[in-house]
Design a protein around this ligand. Structure first.
Ligand code: ADP
Ligand code: MG
Length: 455
């Protein structure tokens, strides 16, 4: 197996930048995908969450860009703005030093600025389907010179809702293009659909025993809906995350959970599709900087986001399909770190647990707390100023979801594969600590920041 990136055909200059960023040894998906992509093959790449798929397509792409030509040569399409921005930042770090220009093209941004930048010569464009289509219609972007096309989170990109736009974008690219699909999950139906745009794709699946990372400890906590918030708070006290993401099924629930957590004195903020673009960017920036410790989000945060220091993922609402579960919990345990995923379920949601367990082929540890509350109801309802009415009222109405997670419940698990970064990383505990130490280690003061409980 290759011991460094140059053995895979990546130039010294790029190697050096990677090394400066602590990336020295390619992961399994990188070892397999990079030479194949450099050879010009179409690729479907599947490996577990957090195993370095981004660099697997970015590095060979950078090798092939001609910086003397000013047209868009490579296009990376992502399902969310947050992911487009994250990949842009990752690519820019490398591209800047090679004289390659990168532009992110996603909704909610200043269009004029994007147009100006596109005119100035952009070789790599990264964006969401909606805004890319806008530019196509305004004729402010030309994709006919795109010879490298990546669909990141490909299974989601080829799902209803995105499919029409993505197909149109694909049609606009060069017929001679190389097409690359990456995801941790790839249902066979979607895989079949994708081959329509591809020429004899190399099927790269990094096989592992488990669909989810071994590094992620998974737990189910059964608790009646009315007691979920109390339970969430007590779990925060028990586990004391460094950073945590709490996933909710709808925007409204995310808003309500956020206000309730803030009311309880937690450093929390929300991320969902109802926020303005500057708000979305600010929340993500503050979360990455550990200025907020709990990000309460809809499934817009489920795919691809790589935030250092996320030690815990809470499913305040159990995901309605297996792949959502895999992606959500994959926001922790990244790049060889450990993590914990806690899913709260109301007793009647038990069938979803069975579906997820079948899908990930793991029996998840269960904590039943109904009827024998961890915190007595008396204690907590008094501590909460509104005696729980806030939640009851907010959740009574039927709500819309954030549009990215609405998929039919699957009957049967599809094939999943992936690799585990740990074997490549060989990170010691000290290394792990130093990864977090880059942020403020004194931030681990969860309980202390809380307001005193009123009795
Ligand atoms: P995926 O797309 O598979 O979920 P990412 O591409 O987001 O994973 O990478 C996850 C994390 O691993 C990122 O922080 C990235 O910088 C880091 N990473 C990628 N490749 C390597 C490597 N070879 N060695 C160490 N860390 C890596
Ligand atoms: Mg990814």
């Amino acid at each position: 197996m290759a011991t460094d990136f140059s053995a895979l055909g990546i130039r010294r200059e790029i190697n050096d930048i990677l090394r400066e960023n602590g990336i020295t040894k390619p992961t399994a998906i990188q070892v397999q995908a990079i030479p194949m992509i450099l050879a010009g093959r179409d690729v479907v790449g599947q490996s577990q969450t957090g195993t370095g798929k981004t660099l697997a397509f970015v590095l060979p792409m950078l090798e092939k860009i001609d910086s003397t030509k000013t047209h868009v040569q490579a296009l990376i399409i992502t399902p969310t703005r947050e992911l487009a921005l994250q990949i842009t930042n990752e690519v820019t770090k490398l591209a800047d030093k090679l004289g390659i220009n990168v532009l992110s093209v996603y909704g909610g941004q200043d269009v004029d600025r994007q147009i100006k930048k596109l005119r100035g010569g952009t070789q790599i464009a990264i964006g969401t389907p909606g805004r890319l289509m806008d530019h196509l219609r305004r004729k402010t972007i030309y994709l006919s010179g795109v010879t490298k096309l990546v669909l990141d989170e490909a299974d989601q990109m080829l799902h209803l809702g995105f499919l029409d736009d993505v197909e149109e974008l694909v049609r606009q690219t060069s017929p001679k293009r190389q097409t690359m699909l990456f995801s941790a999950t790839m249902p066979s139906k979607i895989r079949g659909l994708a081959t329509r745009y591809m020429r004899n794709p190399a099927d790269i699946r990094v096989q592992t025993q488990n669909v989810t990372l071994d590094e992620i400890k998974q737990v189910i906590v059964e608790i009646p809906e009315s007691e979920k918030l109390d339970k969430l708070c007590s779990l925060m006290e028990e586990y004391r995350p460094y950073l945590a993401i709490v996933f909710c099924h709808t925007k409204k629930r995310a808003v309500a959970v956020t206000s309730a957590l803030i009311q309880q004195g937690y450093d929390a903020d929300e991320l969902h599709g109802d926020l303005s673009q500057p708000q979305r960017e600010q929340v993500m920036r503050r979360f990455r900087d550990a200025k907020i410790q709990i990000l309460v989000a809809t499934d817009i945060a489920a795919r691809g986001l790589d935030v250092e220091g996320v030690t815990h993922v809470f499913n305040y609402d159990i995901p309605r399909d297996v792949d959502s579960y895999i992606h959500r919990i994959g926001r922790t345990g990244r790049a060889g770190e450990t993590g914990m995923a806690i899913t709260l379920i109301d007793p009647h949601e038990e069938p979803y647990v069975r579906m997820i367990e079948a899908g990930v082929s793991v029996s998840i540890e269960k904590h039943k707390v109904s009827g024998q509350r961890f915190l007595t109801k008396d204690k907590r309802t008094v501590s909460r100023t509104d005696g729980g009415q806030f939640f009851k009222k907010t959740f009574e109405k039927k709500e819309e979801t954030d549009g990215v997670s609405e998929k039919p419940v699957k009957k049967k698990a599809e094939s999943h594969g992936g690799a585990n970064l740990r074997s490549h990383h060989n990170k010691s505990k000290d290394d792990q600590k130093s990864r977090y130490a880059k942020k403020d280690p004194n931030k681990r003061v969860f309980g202390k920041k809380r307001k005193p409980i009123e009795r």
